[in-house]
Structure formats: C-alpha cells, structure tokens
Design a protein around this ligand. Structure first.
Ligand SMILES: Nc1nc2c(ncn2[C@@H]2O[C@H](COP(=O)(O)OP(=O)(O)OP(=O)(O)O)[C@@H](O)[C@H]2O)c(=O)[nH]1
Ligand SMILES: [Mg+2]
Length: 376
C-alpha cells in the first residue's frame, strides 16, 4: 500500500539545493592549480531525460522525447545524489549506457530544479512529506459520482495541496452513468474551478450516435500542453481514464460492493504521453492525504484567491483575494459567497484545526477584535 516506499525517502526543497551541481564541493588547493572537481566530467557528459516511473529503486527514464531516438531506459541513482530524492516527473541528467538495450542500466547523476512539487504527509500533524510528482502543472482531482461515494472535504484537501504546490486543480467527476454529478459539483460553485464529467461511455472512443465522445475530447483539450497528475481515492476510475486517454494498459480494479472501496489496484506512479498532446500521471489511490507540510497561512489565502462572490460587488468594496484571513471569515459569514462558500470555509477551518494551527474560533475572535478596534 505504501507506494511511495518504492522510491526514495521524501525530501524537501531545503535538501534539494544541497545536491545541486553548483554546490559540488571543491577542496581548497594549496598548490593553486585548477580545483579538483571529481564529479564534473560525469555531469558534463550527462544526457537529459525525464523520469516517467519509479519502481523499487529503479527509475524509468524517457530519453530524447519527441525525436525519432525516443526510448525508455532503466536507471539507478548515483551515490553522489546523497539523500536527494528522484520522483516521477523529474528532469534528470543520466550517464552510462543510455541505449536502453536489454539489461542495460544507466545512472542518474543530476536532478534538475523542479518547477512544482506535489507532496502529501501521512497525516495532518506529520510534517514529514511524501513527494508524489515533480513538474506537474495541473492536478486532475478524480472523484466518482457514486461508488465510491464522493466527499467534498477530500476535494478541499486536494485543492489546498494543489494551491500549495503551485498546480492548477481541475475536478473530474467520473461514473456519471451511476449518479447525477450536479449535486456534488454544486459544492464548488463558489470556486473558479474547472469541472469535467465522464461516464463509462466516455471511454468508448466512438460514443453512441457515431461521434467521438465529447467528454474524452474535452479532457484531451484540458490535458493538451500540460503535465497533469491524477489524484483520488482508490476505485474512482483514475487508471480507467488514463487508459482511455493514452491507450495504456494499466490494470483496473473493482470496487467492493459492501464497503464501497477500491482495491488499491495501482501501486506505482507512472506518466503517460497523451497522443493528442500533454502528459498524464496515474497515481495509486491513497486513503488519506495529509497536509502537515502546508503552511496554515496559505490555506485561507488560496481559498480567497479562487473564490467567486455569489452576487455583485463585494460587501466592503475590497476583493476577497485581498482581504485578511479574519476578514474572509467575516465576509463569508456575512453571506458573500452564499451557503456553499460558508460550507467550504467550515471545511478549511476544520482542516486548520486538524493541523493544530489557527482554529476557526481564533479567526472569528480576530474578526471580533478587529471590528471592535474599528468601532472604537
Ligand atoms: N460505471 C462506471 N464504472 C467505472 C467508470 N470508470 C471506471 N469505472 C470502474 O471503476 C472501477 C475502478 O476503476 P480503476 O480505474 O481501477 O480505479 P483507480 O482510481 O485507478 O483505482 P486505484 O488504482 O485502486 O487507485 C473499475 O471496475 C472500472 O471499470 C465509469 O465511468 N462508470
Ligand atoms: Mg489505478
């Protein structure tokens, strides 16, 4: 179940800098000759590739992507990388036998700076993070309209993780043949959040009536030009979706009729190229998605930044995105984002509480204090 244990210990961005090429240690040289830089020759010869999967200490790397020489090779991590983790999506420098021929094993000697890093922790009070994927710019939050039952608060969690990572969240509601997705989608109507829906017929390339499935077409449009990581509970249909979009053959599981839970069918994180453009990363479903590593201050800020006021002008003329945390609480309470906004705020406040950070009550008290300051 602990799919991340296939890879390396998660590290954080502080560690990251320590193993950067620029910080190769150069010993002082009393003779004043050129400094000794043991590793430089290896780095200079390194060829560039992208990690597409991590499996038990071996890293699948795609070389020369998009050229006639495109090939998948198997690599291991060079010792020089120290504790630095290598995760799916990493852009890496590779040396050794990069032919990809049977039995060949090359070495990753360099991990390039990441544009984004999506992580989670085991639980909200645990600051140790697990890295899920590097360099993704979109997160497809996959929930099923039914079987398993969707939970709005889990989507809130994913959105917070996405905002924290600098990744754009998109909600995908699958299995709309089993239930109407509209009531679930309505929970997020106060957000500037793109929502796509799919049914089992979305995956028959040609939908009944002879046209290419509009849902699949829309999804391809969403993915084109992006690296998109799927997240969601086991059994929601992530692998089904990835298979339909890319022609991959990821195993799909069944949802237990009694518990309504998936079987944790996928156990590794794998990227696939979408033939019409972009990359999609299939991840294993996890039971919890801890946010112990997220700065509590970012939680309400990202909420405000993506909120769409329910009606007209903001109550006090200042856009919610520019309001203080306590002001957001006040204004949502005043109905600026409707009932849906209040429900979302409550969810985020309980998230803050479970992180042991600022509680909703603290914020409400701050709002009261600020109000009485203003009054007198
Ligand atoms: N009715 C219906 N079933 C679907 C749909 N999409 C997927 N399924 C079924 O849902 C089950 C689980 O699908 P998977 O793709 O394995 O789910 P997953 O999210 O990859 O699950 P994990 O790998 O365990 O995280 C399979 O039996 C699929 O056939 C859909 O749109 N409608
Ligand atoms: Mg799967």
């Amino acid at each position: 179940m602990s799919w991340w244990s296939d890879g390396d210990d998660a590290d954080d961005e502080r560690d990251y800098g320590e193993y950067d090429e620029s910080s190769v240690r150069v010993r002082p040289n009393p003779k004043g000759n050129k400094p000794r830089t043991k590793q430089r020759p290896a780095y200079a010869n390194a060829e560039e590739g992208v990690v597409w999967t991590v499996d038990r200490g071996r890293y699948g790397v795609l070389m020369d992507a998009g050229t006639p020489d495109e090939r998948e090779i198997t690599t291991a991590r060079a010792r020089e990388l120290g504790k630095k983790s290598v995760v799916t999506g990493d852009r890496v420098g590779v040396v050794g036998d990069t032919s990809g021929s049977e039995g060949s094993l090359a070495r990753i000697v360099k991990v390039h700076e990441r544009s984004t890093l999506l992580r989670r922790s085991a639980d909200d009070s645990d600051a140790v993070e697990r890295v899920i994927v590097a360099n993704a710019d979109q997160m497809l939050i996959v929930v099923a309209a039914a079987d398993p039952e969707p939970r709005p608060r889990l989507v809130d969690r994913y959105m917070v993780a996405a905002f924290d990572a600098g990744v754009e969240p998109i909600l995908c509601i699958t299995k709309t043949d089993l239930a109407d997705p509209a009531p679930f989608a309505a929970h997020f109507s106060c957000f500037d959040l793109r929502i796509v829906t799919t049914t089992s017929t979305s995956f028959d390339e040609v939908a009944p009536g002879g046209q290419v499935s509009p849902a699949l077409d829309e999804l391809r449009g969403v993915l084109d030009g992006h690296v998109t990581v799927t997240v969601g509970h086991s059994g929601v249909g992530k692998s089904t979706l990835v298979n339909a979009l890319t022609g991959s053959r990821r195993e799909v599981g069944v949802v237990n009729a009694v518990t309504g839970r998936g079987r944790h069918t996928s156990s590794s994180t794998v990227s696939f190229k979408v033939p019409t453009g972009g990359w999609i990363v299939d991840t294993p479903g996890v039971r919890s998605f801890g946010l112990g590593h997220v700065d509590p201050e970012n939680i309400l800020k990202s909420f405000a930044a993506h909120a769409i006021p329910a009606e007209g002008e903001p109550v006090d003329g200042i856009p919610l995105a520019e309001a203080h945390d306590w002001e957001i609480v006040d204004r949502v309470e005043a109905g600026e984002l409707g009932d849906v906004g209040r429900e979302r705020l409550e969810s985020l406040q309980s998230l803050l509480q479970s992180k042991g950070g600022v509680s909703g009550r603290d914020l409400a008290a701050a709002a009261d204090d600020a109000r009485s300051d203003e009054l007198g």
